[in-house]
Ligand binder design. Structure first.
Ligand SMILES: Nc1ncnc2c1ncn2[C@@H]1O[C@H](COP(=O)(O)OP(=O)(O)O)[C@@H](O)[C@H]1O
Ligand SMILES: [Mg+2]
Length: 422
């Protein structure tokens, strides 16, 4: 009869458990729970038991408790100790601890025939046939995460794109030129399409440039890093700050870098001011280096494309210079439809779209919010559920100054022709 000793995992066992994890598998299929997840569970002191024989670690079973469900993350056996009942013994000790930690259901997901399958069967675990395991990994590797957190990266939700209302032309352009080639690089390459690496979005304030940039990162599942020139300038000069940030960014496989109000960094070089020349030059160099590798996108946004240094917009740096204009009548209708629907109003949305020429999505959002708040207060005051009317909206629209004046709209149209590269 085999002699082993089962006990709780101790921190000193970690190295042996990791080694065992390499020896134990009997199939080529990767484990559902990665080794890093097993180690994280051990470090967080989730239940784990090990078996020793002759002073060597010959088996381990690790679990993790999530509320009243626990997962068996790993059953590992040294090859010489297979088929002796050790797996079953480990599992029984682990199960006891998982139950003690509050688990009502204990579950395991294994490749077929993998080490541990027999032990699970012997211990009363029943296979659930006909289930399919789905997985979607985020494209962030472990070594990336330290860099990402130091850069203040976020991973925007994929659903943001769907929440962008109206703006159908811009949406289509950005989806086709940016999102689809980056999301389907092989298909793009087959067609001789080079996915973009750097683009400029320009247009009046409040048209959704920042929102688009975030939503693109969400669509791609890439981390989003925004660089704030005003903050970088507080380090030892803006040029140094920029160069250091781009060096960190260079370590990442996939990333969307966003610089808002880029004219502050890339405004026409003032030759009398060597610092401003240094900053523009540094950014130009950083863009060239950034373009060295695929799978990354730099988006620069500006309200004043005409103020950018001409060298900045020269070919070879930015793949596209895309206009994001004030919403047209159709886009305004869609925006009003979405906001009025949220309040239960039955407002005449075409009338609202007519009355809000020059409004940006930000203006419409602000006006809709004011009406919603006023209606809410009316309900509180009267005790009866109030609903906003078309008149309420028109009143607020008339008291809102549109961001985009007639002159600005003309200028934007002119800039689209002069600077746009779509
Ligand atoms: N297409 C859109 N649908 C809904 N809301 C939008 C849309 N575009 C912009 N917004 C909202 O308008 C505001 C301003 O957008 P933002 O992206 O900051 O504009 P910009 O960067 O062009 O100045 C944000 O609150 C954003 O949520
Ligand atoms: Mg913005």
């Amino acid at each position: 009869m085999a002699v082993w000793h089962v006990r709780d995992f101790a921190p000193d066992d970690l190295e042996a458990v990791v080694r065992l994890d390499g020896e134990s598998p009997t199939t080529d299929r990767p484990a559902v729970f990665r080794l890093s997840e097993v180690v994280a569970a051990l470090q967080a002191q989730h239940p784990c038991v090990v078996a020793t024989a002759d002073g060597h670690l010959v088996g381990a079973a690790a679990g993790r408790v999530d509320g009243d469900r626990a997962w068996v993350l790993r059953i590992g056996l040294h090859p010489a100790w297979r088929n002796l009942g050790l797996g079953t013994a480990l599992l029984s000790a682990l199960e006891q601890r998982l139950r003690g930690a509050g688990a009502r259901t204990v579950a395991a997901v294994l490749p077929e025939e993998e080490t541990g399958a027999t032990a699970l069967g012997n211990s009363g675990f029943r296979p659930q046939r006909g289930l399919t395991y789905f997985e979607k990994a985020r494209s962030v590797t472990a070594q990336d995460s330290a860099v990402l957190s130091s850069l203040g990266a976020t991973v925007p939700a994929a659903g943001l794109w769907g929440q962008l209302t109206g703006m159908a032309d811009e949406k289509q352009l950005i989806e086709r030129r940016l999102v689809l080639p980056l999301a389907n690089p092989e298909l793009a390459a087959e067609h001789g399409v080079e996915p973009p690496q750097a683009v400029v979005l320009f247009g009046p304030p409040g048209t959704g440039k920042s929102t688009f940039a975030t939503a693109v990162a969400g669509r791609l599942g890439w981390p989003f890093v925004e660089l704030f020139p005003s903050r970088l300038a507080l380090e030892d000069g803006l040029a140094n700050g920029l160069s250091r940030r781009f060096e960190e960014i260079a370590q990442l496989d996939h990333v969307l870098v966003f610089i808002d109000e880029v004219e502050e960094v890339a405004g026409a070089r003032n030759l009398a001011d060597p610092a401003s020349v240094g900053v523009v030059n540094e950014l130009l160099k950083a863009i060239v280096r950034f373009r060295d590798r695929d799978g990354r996108l730099l988006i620069c946004a500006t309200n004043t494309v005409a103020a950018l240094d001409p060298a900045f917009l020269r070919h070879g740096r930015f793949d596209y210079v895309l206009p994001v204009g004030p919403p047209d009548h159709e886009a305004r209708t869609a925006l009003w439809a979405s906001y009025t629907a949220k309040t239960g109003a039955e407002a005449a949305i075409t009338v609202l779209a007519d009355a809000s020429e020059g409004f940006t999505p930000a203006d419409i959002k602000q006006a809709a919010r004011a009406v919603a708040q006023a209606t809410f207060e009316r309900t509180l005051d009267s005790g009866e559920r109030a609903r906003p009317t078309t008149g309420d909206y028109l009143h607020t629209i008339r008291h809102t100054r549109p961001t985009v004046t007639h002159d600005m709209a003309l200028e934007f149209a002119d800039h689209t022709i002069r600077y746009g590269r779509t």
